[in-house]
Design a protein around this ligand. Sequence first.
Ligand code: ZN
Length: 86
Amino acid sequence: MICEICLKQQASDKHHKYSQTKLNKKLYKDFIHHEDNIVYLCNGCHLHKSIPKWTEIEFCIHFDIIPRTKSGRQKWPNFTQNSKNQ
Ligand SMILES: [Zn+2]
């Protein structure tokens, strides 16, 4: 696996775009380790380059899920009605 930022070095690190805090791992355990949430990086890029990051909202839009934190839901536009669980 090659680093996705420099495209040169071997990737040694896995970066989670939506960060894997304790809470996030608990709330989003089915999505947090999804390939789409992970960027493979070499150590140098992980430390020094600006790495893509997702907010909870961006993360939820990507996976088409409703935010699972209270604050996330408050920021969520009126998606609840046309969500998939109908
Ligand atoms: Zn790199």
